[in-house]
Design a protein around this ligand. Structure first.
Ligand code: 8X3
Length: 261
């Protein structure tokens, strides 16, 4: 199959691309960093086509970039789109967060997914076959302090995936939302902790987090399901993680209005 993977140069995207190629697929790997993609191309060979582009750029720029694609990788023949690129910028409380960070998360996590979907979907509809796999997060279902916009972008992706299903039902096109929890071995946590390696190290100590290979395995499993099956959502946590109980903060502003049970 011909498969597009966004965010292909590292983390989940790298492992997904690698496993897909090992299983005989062709991959168009998208990332911002051209030199990382070039290395990947040397490693993965001629079935990997590196396409350096910034998903937060306007749609016309993306369309233009795809015009340079060689025959073996043309959009018309794309079977699967894996919208993997995404980021969580910072963990500050909402009132201390930066508006630029919020905008960047919206640009990549939402607008990037929309642009890529818009780009491939008409071709999938035309051939009545295709598969869109979105990388959501458990943060789209469960809030955490400092997760404000990141979690909201992933909630958008979860709902967008379900709404696409509504439009595409009966048209031979599948849509899944993959929702991983705490994952190690990617740049994700370094970005979320703004490069604070000590905090990253402390977070992962003794938790046995999800590995990028686990997510690549999940993607391979999804695309190997029979065509009449649609996995709508798949939520994955390391065994050490769970959704915690609702929080109650003592002494909050309105505490005097609470009546003790
Ligand atoms: C992030 C998931 O559990 O690290 O997508 O907040 S978690």
């Amino acid at each position: 199959m011909l498969i597009i993977v966004t965010g292909a140069s590292s983390g989940f995207g790298y492992h997904i691309s690698k496993q897909l190629i090992q299983h005989g697929h062709r991959v168009i790997g998208i990332a911002r960093r051209a030199e990382h993609l070039q290395h990947l191309q040397q490693e993965l060979g001629r079935d990997f086509f590196p396409l350096a582009l910034d998903l937060s750029q306007p749609y016309v720029y993306l369309e233009e970039k795809f015009k340079s694609i060689p025959e073996r990788f043309v959009l018309e023949n794309v079977d699967v789109l894996i919208n993997n690129a995404g980021l969580a910028l910072g963990l500050e409380r909402a009132d201390n967060a930066q508006i630029d960070d919020w905008n960047q998360m919206v640009d990549v996590n939402i607008k990037g997914v929309l642009a890529m979907t818009k780009l491939v979907l008409p071709f999938m509809v035309k051939k009545k076959s295709g598969y869109i796999i979105n990388m959501g997060s458990i943060a789209g279902s469960y809030p955490y302090p400092g997760g404000h916009v990141y979690g909201a972008t992933k909630a958008f992706i979860k709902q967008f995936s379900l709404n696409l299903r509504a439009d595409l039902a009966g048209m031979g096109i599948r849509v899944s939302n993959v929702e991983p929890g705490l994952s190690a071995g990617t740049e994700f946590s370094y970005v979320r902790f703004r490069g604070d390696t000590e905090r990253v190290k402390a977070l992962y100590e003794e938790v046995d987090a999800i590995q990028p290979e686990d997510i690549a395995n999940t993607v391979l499993w999804l695309i190997s399901q029979p065509k009449h099956i649609n996995i709508n959502r798949i939520e994955i946590m390391p065994i050490s993680q769970s959704s915690s109980a609702l929080d109650v903060v003592k002494g909050s502003v309105y505490a005097d209005k609470f009546v003790s049970p």
